[in-house]
Design a protein around this ligand. Structure first.
Ligand code: SAH
Length: 250
């Protein structure tokens, strides 16, 4: 199996493909002061298998377009919506987040959790701006430095993985520069990483390796995930997912 297929195989059975939580999703909606009766058009960009998209569909009066470049994830998302009788709230779009076919001012809310880094935060917030109505909301989570300095081992790791990692004040400045007014920021608590993402992943490793004949490629993927988890456990005081809520003003 290709490495990519292996990654899909590891992650598509999970509730989440990145850190997050239902309580935190509700907290975001509160901070954003969204009226749950107001009809909204929402794009969830990099939706994965759609745990948050489903919660948005349940809590809001929303039509949701779930975008992901992996059809396998969208298949799971569609099945989840169907199971909960939410299909009429959903459209799916299998395309890349840097090539979205949306119209200008089409959406009231762009939601993107643990995904914008794939094209880079600055490019994402700049390019997606035109799809939002003026007054519409951008809600994204982004890897963020939690302190103004950090151990050099960690700094080096992230400079290699995602050079755009930065502090919240810098990320907020990027939002302001690109036509948004920031209205909320908080850091996802550790349980969003550990209980909701890493622990379920760890308990799926044995079956994943079995399904894939314990291949070297599958072992390499497990080892890479284990390293990522160890890094988080060691350095979680220094980085986390920031949730940024901002209103489009121009
Ligand atoms: N929002 C989900 C998934 C986060 S993982 C959650 O929080 O659980 C990041 C998601 O972005 C994955 O589903 C991945 O398939 C998708 N993705 C990565 N690069 C992409 C791209 N260029 N275009 C569209 N989707 C992409």
């Amino acid at each position: 199996m290709e490495d990519f297929q292996l990654l899909i195989d590891l992650h598509k059975r999970a509730k989440r493909q990145g850190p997050g939580g239902d309580t935190e999703t509700k907290k975001i909606l509160g901070l954003a002061m969204i009226d749950p009766t107001m009809p909204l058009k929402i794009a969830d960009i990099g939706s994965g298998t759609g745990t948050s998209a489903m919660l948005l569909a349940r809590l809001l009066n929303a039509q949701i377009t779930a975008v992901d470049f992996l059809p396998d994830f969208l298949d799971v998302l569609e099945a989840n919506f169907k199971n909960k009788g939410l299909t009429e709230r959903l459209s799916t779009l299998n395309c890349s987040m840097d090539d979205l076919p949306f119209n200008d001012e089409e959406y009231d809310l762009i939601w993107s959790e643990g995904a914008i880094y794939n094209i880079g935060f600055e490019k994402g917030v700049r390019d997606w701006n035109r799809f939002l109505k003026t007054g519409g909301l951008l809600i994204v989570s982004e890897i963020t430095w939690l302190t103004d300095s950090r151990p050099s081992e960690l700094q080096k790791y992230w400079e290699n993985e995602y050079p755009e990692i930065d502090t919240a004040s810098s990320k907020i400045a990027v939002l302001e520069k690109n036509g948004y007014s920031p209205i909320g920021y908080f850091v996802l608590p550790e349980h969003c990483w550990l209980d909701n993402y890493y622990r379920p992943m760890q308990s799926s490793f044995a079956e994943f390796l079995n399904r894939n004949d314990n291949s070297e490629e599958a072992q390499a993927i497990v080892n890479a995930e284990k390293n990522e988890i160890a890094l988080y456990e060691k350095y979680k005081a220094y980085y986390g997912y920031g949730v940024y809520i901002a209103r489009k003003i121009r």
